[in-house]
Design a protein around this ligand. Sequence first.
Ligand SMILES: [Zn+2]
Ligand SMILES: [Zn+2]
Length: 404
Amino acid sequence: MERDLNQASHGGPPAPGSVRVRAAVLREMGLSMPYAQSKPLAIEWVDVAPPGPGEVQVKVRAAGLCHSDLSAINGDRPWAMPIVIGHEAAAEVVALGAGVSDLAIGDHVVLIFRANCGSCPSCAVGRPALCGPGGEANASGTILGGYRRLRAVGNPGINGEQAGPLYHHLGCSAFAEMATVSRRSCVKIDPSLSWEEAALFGCAVLTGAGAVFNTAKMEAGTSAAVVGLGGVGFSSLMAAAACSARSLVAVDMLPAKLDLARELGASHTFLASDPDVIAKVKEATGGGVDYAFEMAGNVRALELAYRITARGGTTVTAGLPNPAAKWELQAVSLIAEERTLKGSYVGSCVPSRDVPRFVSMYQAGRLPVNRMLSERIRLEDINEALDRLHTGQSIRQVIMMDQA
Ligand SMILES: [Zn+2]
Ligand SMILES: [Zn+2]
C-alpha cells in the first residue's frame, strides 16, 4: 500500500492534529470462513484524533489475537460497526492529553480492555473490572468519556470503504498503528520487556492468571483443572502451577495443546472429546478438583468444569459464551456439596497492581507466558491469522506493527 498516493487521493489530508495510519476495520460480521478468502478485516487508512483531556495517544507496537476478536468477527459478541478491533496490546506513549501528568512520552504501556474511572461504586470497592463508566464506554464503542477518536478516510474503490467515524473496540482498537485511548486504559510497564511479550499481559495473562489468583484465590497445594487451552487457559494453567497445585489437570480438544500443557506443569491431560473425560478426571484426582477453570467460552465446557469440581470446590468461568447461551445447573449440588460458582472478568484484576505483579512473576520464571507465543505476523496478514485462531492451531499470534 502506497502511503502518499492514498493520502493524496482519498479524504484529503488528516484533520489538524490527527495522524493517518493503517488499521484493521470490521464493517460486516458473520462472513463465512475461511477468513483468508472472505477477508472480514480490511486494512484501511484511518485518522486518529489527538488525545483530549485525560487521554493519551500511543503507537501500537505489538497486538495479540484473542478469541474475543474472533467473536466480534463471527457475531458471537456483536459490536457497533464499522469498528477497529483489537484489545490486547503493548504500545509506546507518543502524545499526552491535558491533565495527564503520570505518564511521559516514550513510556511503554499495556492497554487494558476495561477502562476504570477510579470513582464509581465498583472502582471504589476495588473492583475496577466492573467499572460502570468503563462498561458503558465499551458497550457504546467509545473510549472512556464517550468520545470516538477514529475516522475512516474512505476509499470507494475498495470494498465500499466509507469515510466517517469508526467505533472503538473495548477502549483499545489495537489493530492499528496508532490509538488514542483513555489514560485509564493504560498501565505503565517495565521497558525491558519485549513488545510481543508485553502484549500478552493485556488480556491473556491478566484474565487467566487473575482468575486463579484473584477470583479463585487458589490456595497452595490444592488441585485444579483448566478446561480450554487458549492464551487465557494457558495463563490459568501457569498460574495454578505457580500455586504449587497438588494435581493440575488440562482438558482441550487438541493433542498438541495437551503436550504443551504437560511441559508447563499439568500432571494429567485429557481430550475434551473423550466420552469418559469426567470419570477419568475424578479418578485421577480422587473425586474431582478443588478449583476448575472454564476458559473455552461455551456451555459444554462450563458443564464439564462444574462436573469435575470436587465437593466443596470452586468452579470459575471466564470463557465468555454467546450471550444467548443458557446453562442448566443441578441446583441442589450447590447446597448439598457446598459448591461455589464464580464468574471472572478481566481476572478480577486491579490492572495497575496486577500487570506489574504478573510481569515480575514472568521475569522470575514463575509464569513463563512467552511459551504461548506462536506466530509473529504483519497487520496485513490478519485474516489468515484469524483462521489459525479459529482452528486452535495457534495459541497466541502477535501482530508486530513495525514489520508492516
Ligand atoms: Zn482477549
Ligand atoms: Zn469506575
